[in-house]
Every structure is written in C-alpha cells, then in structure tokens.
Design a protein around this ligand. Structure first.
Ligand code: SF4
Length: 331
C-alpha cells in the first residue's frame, strides 16, 4: 500500500498543487486532498482557530480537520520565501506550528522550511528533505522534482493563456476550465486562495461571468511584466504577493486599455491586503479613471450585499462605455 500524503485544499494549494501532487506521485505516494470548501469546513476552522487569524488561515484549519485521519503525512511546508529577496506572509511561516498547537491527533507533518530569500537554490535542499519523508533515494527525489517542475511550468503557462484554476474540474491531472468568453474585461486582484475558492469568495467569478465579464487575474500576467512595473515603485515591495498585485495593477492601468474595471478581493484581518490594497487603490485613482472597488471577505460576509455591489459596479461600467466615457467614476 502506498504512503498517503494529505494536502489541505487551501492557501498554497491553489498556486502549487500541480507541483506537489506530481512530486509526491513520482515518489510513489498517493496524494489525498480535502474536499472543496463548504460551510461545515469553514465553521470547523473558525471554531478551532484563534480569533485574530484571517479567514484563509481559519479555513486552512478546517481543511486539515477534514483529512487528518485519512493520511499518513500532512504536507504543511513552512513557506518563508519562494522568491529571492521576497517573503511570503508570516502566517505561512508559522502555519505548521499553529496547526500542531491547535489540532489534536495529527499524523506526522512534513513541515520543512522553504526559504529562497537569499538564494533560490535553497529550494532544492528543502525538496530533498521533503522527499526524504517518503523515500530514501536522493536521485529519485531529484528526478521527481524535475518532473514536478515541468508540470508546474505547464500549469503556469496555461494560466498565462487565460485559463484558470477551478476547484471541481479534473483536479488530478490539471486544474483548468475553459477560457472566458464575455464582453467586458474586469481585473480581479487578490490572493489565489481567495480568488479560486468559490465558497469563500461567494461565487464571485460565477457572478461576474453571468454578467458577461471576462476575468483577468494577476496570475495571467507574465512575471517579467509584473516585475518591470513593480520596480517603478519608490520603495521595493518585499512581499511576493504585494509585488505581483501592484505590478499587475500598474501594468493594467498603463498598458491595458481593454480592462474596464478593477476589483480588489481583500481578506478581513490581513495586514498585507490592508497595505497593498490601499496602494493599489491610490495608484488607480491617481493615474486613471478606471472604476475600482474592494470586496472584503470574512467568515460573516453576506452574499446579498455582494450581489448588489457587483451589479451596480458592472452597470456603471456598461453605462460609461455606452455613454459618457470621459466622466470619472468617482464623481
Ligand atoms: S497574506 Fe493575508 S490573507 Fe494571506 S495568510 Fe497572510 S494574513 Fe492571511
């Protein structure tokens, strides 16, 4: 019987699942993910997690509860940095400790640190440590990682072409659905675990598509373009997500006249969102008249309020397109 490795369907899942799934499978392990988010998963996470945490971290706890009894190992890497000179949110670094100190009866946790802040080659050392939980064969681990990287690169290429990770579709081999075919382009900026988890974002993408919207996310923009624009900021952004979000917004307002509105999807209680969201909004408002709104999510968010705001936002964009394109959306 193969070793079962559990990957909670939350946080890094939406960015990195194809990488880790391929890696562990190439090592002969079976990957088990939790089910897509439901009210029960969220409620369980909220019940057990500290109140101060943001909703994605609470949700992660709920997903761990879902699978902890079905696997031999839980994969919760200590993600300090995934790119040179940048950090991931500190909550990612402390995630294995939060889980260990909150949830009882856990299987062994693969909690190796990944820290590429000083040197991106550090990643390989971490990979070898991670693989050693499953096999004692460094050659095989390196080979599995190469195969995983190929898969991951294909995944990222598909996203750049406009495909999108989506929960329910074909999640074993790849995560994609077809491209949108709407008539208005709206950018949605936010953490991948908020953008692509349709329960936590109250079906935001489905609602937008129903209104004929093509959705553009920061993952669809090439990293070179993002970095080029982010480098123009007065001060370097040292969060990986912050650089991507701000670089994407700057690219959209400077070079993408086809983008008619920007939605910033924000987690309540997220320090990075509070800072980056504000900078994004100022950048948009100072330099263009593209309509911009925040959508904030937490465990209490109500769907009716979201529906009304989205409808009004899209109506306003349509009206501007059809009538007075030179009037600011802000009055
Ligand atoms: S970046 Fe924000 S939303 Fe994400 S885990 Fe950190 S605090 Fe939570």
């Amino acid at each position: 019987m193969s070793i079962k490795v559990g990957i909670p369907k939350s946080l890094f899942y939406y960015q990195m699942y194809p990488l880790w799934n391929t890696f562990f499978e190439e090592l002969g392990a079976e990957v088990v993910t939790s089910q897509s988010t439901t009210k029960k998963v969220l409620d369980n996470g909220v019940r057990i997690c500290v109140d101060e945490a943001c909703v994605p971290v609470k949700l992660f706890h709920g997903h761990v509860l879902e699978i902890k009894d079905k696997v031999d190992f839980l994969f919760i890497p200590r993600l300090t940095s995934i790119s040179k000179g940048e950090y991931v949110c500190p909550k990612f670094g402390g995630l294995p400790d939060m889980i260990k100190n909150t949830i009882k009866g856990l299987p062994e946790i693969i909690d190796v640190e990944i820290n590429c802040r000083k040197d991106e080659n550090n990643e390989l050392d971490s990979i070898i440590k991670i693989g050693s939980f499953i096999v004692d064969d460094e050659k095989l681990i390196r080979r599995a990682y190469r195969a995983a990287l190929d898969k991951f690169n294909d995944y990222n290429e598909d996203i750049k072409k406009g495909f999108m990770p989506e929960d329910e579709k074909n999640r074993k081999s790849n995560l994609f659905v077809v491209k949108d075919s709407g008539i208005i382009n709206i950018a949605v900026i936010g953490h991948p675990y908020n953008l692509y988890d349709s329960y936590i974002n109250m079906n935001l993408f489905k609602k937008l598509r129903t209104h004929g919207v093509n959705i553009i996310t920061q993952e669809m923009i090439s990293d070179d373009i993002v970095s080029h624009h982010a480098a123009k900021l007065n001060k370097r952004v040292f969060w990986n997500f912050g650089r991507k979000a701000l670089g994407s917004v700057m690219h959209m307002i400077e070079e993408r006249s086809d983008i008619k509105g920007i939605i910033y999807l924000m987690s309540f209680g997220c320090g990075i969102d509070a800072f980056i969201g504000d900078l994004a909004e100022r950048t948009v408002r100072r330099n263009t008249d593209i309509p911009f709104i925040y959508v904030t999510i937490d465990e209490h968010s109500g769907e009716a309020g979201l529906d009304t705001r989205l409808e009004a936002f899209i109506d306003m964009i349509r009206w501007r397109e059809n009538n007075e394109v030179d009037i600011s959306a802000y009055g």
